[in-house]
Design a binder for this molecule. Structure first.
Ligand code: ADP
Ligand code: MG
Length: 237
């Protein structure tokens, strides 16, 4: 416990919530503590990553423990892998049994970038990782649509849910990435629709953000259950 506190202090990690798992010390602990498959560790090495970023140290164990997570860390601090890593670990292997994870990004560009990162981390494992494009919303028969991880803007996915009967009732993981920007861009209504469509009662939601406006705090309070709040401070905050 003492050690956890020291480690958090060292990396400017502030947490609130009950029963918070200790931060990771290094990538090796992903294997020793959480039995991370070697393809993921290999891909992280291939990406040239030597150390975990502070948000990754704390948010990964929170999500791996099956807890919801409300995470705030500056732009460029590695939030993407902080949610991709636990999702891949939890999904374990590909399945054709409906959409299992949804990642909402505020823009098409961010969604495309996140899909690329996801494919890099999943390399060597045959997951169905889908970027929801306009084409896909027009042509896909979603009832025959194997998809482990769907990466999309709120607009595209709510459209597919409403008009094309995309079924999100089996989704186990929902990430709202850059949630501050989802608000700035006025996407609340679409996000709400997606939240409702993801009706699996045991869903794990997480919210990632670079800033903490009251709108985001409010959303976290309304949608999350017993979440762990992780905030990465800057040197002078
Ligand atoms: P954020 O979403 O917090 O703005 P990103 O997830 O986009 O940040 O990451 C920013 C950059 O840092 C990306 O190029 C990513 O590949 C890289 N990165 C992520 N994690 C690590 C790490 N542990 N070590 C080195 N680079 C990393
Ligand atoms: Mg990001």
């Amino acid at each position: 416990q003492e050690r956890d506190a020291l480690s958090r202090k060292k990396h400017n990690i502030r947490v609130s919530g009950s029963n918070i798992p200790p931060p990771l010390q290094n990538f090796e602990e992903l294997k020793s503590r959480y039995n991370c498959k070697s393809y993921i560790l290999r891909n992280l090495t291939e990406l040239g990553f030597k150390e975990l970023t502070p948000i990754q140290r704390q948010a990964i164990p929170v999500l791996l423990s099956g807890r919801e997570c409300f995470a705030c860390a500056p732009t460029g601090s590695g939030k993407t892998f902080a949610f991709l890593c636990p999702i891949l670990m939890k999904l374990k292997r590909a399945s054709k049994d409906g959409v299992r994870a949804v990642i909402l990004c505020p823009t098409r560009e961010l969604a495309a970038q996140t899909a690329r990162e996801c494919k890099k981390l999943a390399k060597g494992k045959k997951f169905y990782i889908r970027l929801m494009t306009k084409q896909l919303t027009k042509t896909a028969d979603f009832s025959k649509f194997p998809c482990d991880i769907l990466i999309t803007t709120p607009f595209r996915v709510q459209f597919a849910v409403r008009k094309r009967k995309l079924d999100l009732s089996k989704v186990e993981f929902l990430v709202l990435d850059e949630s501050d920007r989802l608000f700035e861009m006025g996407l609340v209504k679409q996000v709400d629709l997606v939240l409702k469509a993801c009706s699996n009662p045991s869903i794990i939601r997480s919210l990632f953000s670079a800033t903490l406006p009251e709108t985001v705090e409010e959303l976290a309070r309304t949608i999350m259950h017993d979440a762990v709040r992780v905030v990465i401070g800057t040197k002078n905050s």
